[in-house]
Design a protein around this ligand. Structure first.
Ligand code: NDP
Length: 253
């Protein structure tokens, strides 16, 4: 199992949920690299679990200086980067999602900053450190295709991620850098504890299982396996598109 042998990867938000699942799958396929996040305690736990081939660099992806530091530290340790996974995102701490009557202008900006603007600038800040032929994977969401109550801003930001994959692929064609979106359906991660009180988490997860045709939530490893494919040389003809890993949520009703 060495589809990513000698590849250097950066996975933003690699200290939790889907990002950690991707990092673990990459490690199993022989990659080395960097995981990021703001929470140093979960970063330390995650990097210890990944072992010697990974480092942790703390940083906030909405801050340019933190992004520069992430890529510089990676290059100092490993050299240039082959795979960039733009995964950090989701819930903005302390800013509830909700229907349009409850959302403030500040809340709108913060959701867009985390789920769209930071993705664009993560790619931009990585460019000087990316090898030609690199693979960039932008984590989208099935929410881009299937409306859910109170999720309009998040869904719009994730829909734009698909457009970024298409447009950035053209921008980066001369360097043979591929950009694709990988969009999860409902995946069992700590995000549910950020969305609803602890006593409601299992009920909300069950409600997603009920509407997912395969009858289960996805696991971070499901997304990790798809990310390995997009990161590897098995997918060099896949450029500027979206792969959904959602158990049929958006395609089978
Ligand atoms: P988690 O809440 O488990 O992970 C979110 C990750 O993003 C954490 O590593 C967190 O690290 C990081 N993060 C959040 N804000 C920032 C920030 N400002 N700067 C740096 N890092 C940040 O959620 P998931 O694993 O579920 O989500 C990962 C991605 O998958 C997100 O983009 C989400 O939108 C997407 N997704 C998830 C789905 C699901 O069902 N779980 C479905 C579809 C898409 P830290 O807090 O340490 O900063």
């Amino acid at each position: 199992m060495s589809k990513l042998k000698n590849k250097i990867a950066v996975i933003t938000g690699g200290n939790s949920g889907i990002g950690f699942g991707i990092a673990a799958a990459f490690k199993n396929e022989g990659a080395s690299g960097t995981i990021t996040g703001r929470n140093e305690a979960t970063l330390n736990t995650a990097v210890t679990a990944l072992g010697a081939h990974f480092i942790a660099v703390a940083g906030d992806v909405t801050k340019s200086s933190d992004l520069e530091n992430i890529f510089k530290k990676t290059a100092d340790k490993f050299g240039n980067i082959d795979v960039l996974v733009v995964n950090a995102g989701g819930v903005v701490d302390g800013v509830p999602l909700g229907d349009i009557t409850n959302v403030t202008e500040e809340g709108y900006d913060r959701y867009m900053d985390l789920n769209l603007k930071s993705a664009y600038f993560t790619v931009k800040k990585a460019l000087p450190y990316l090898n030609d032929g690199a693979s960039i994977i932008l984590i989208g969401s099935s929410a881009a295709h299937r409306a859910a109550p109170g999720m309009a801003i998040y869904a719009a930001a994730k829909a734009a991620i698909i457009s970024l994959a298409k447009g950035l692929s053209l921008d980066l064609l001369s360097r043979k850098i591929r950009v694709n979106a990988l969009s999860p359906g409902s995946i069992d991660t700590p995000v549910f504890g950020k969305l609803v009180p602890e006593e409601h988490v299992e009920q909300v997860k069950q409600s997603w299982i009920d509407i997912t045709p395969v009858g289960r939530q996805g696991l971070p490893s499901d997304i990790g396996n798809a990310a390995v494919f997009l990161a590897s040389d098995d997918s060099t003809f896949i450029v500027g598109t979206e792969i959904l890993s959602d158990g049929g949520l958006t395609n089978i009703s």
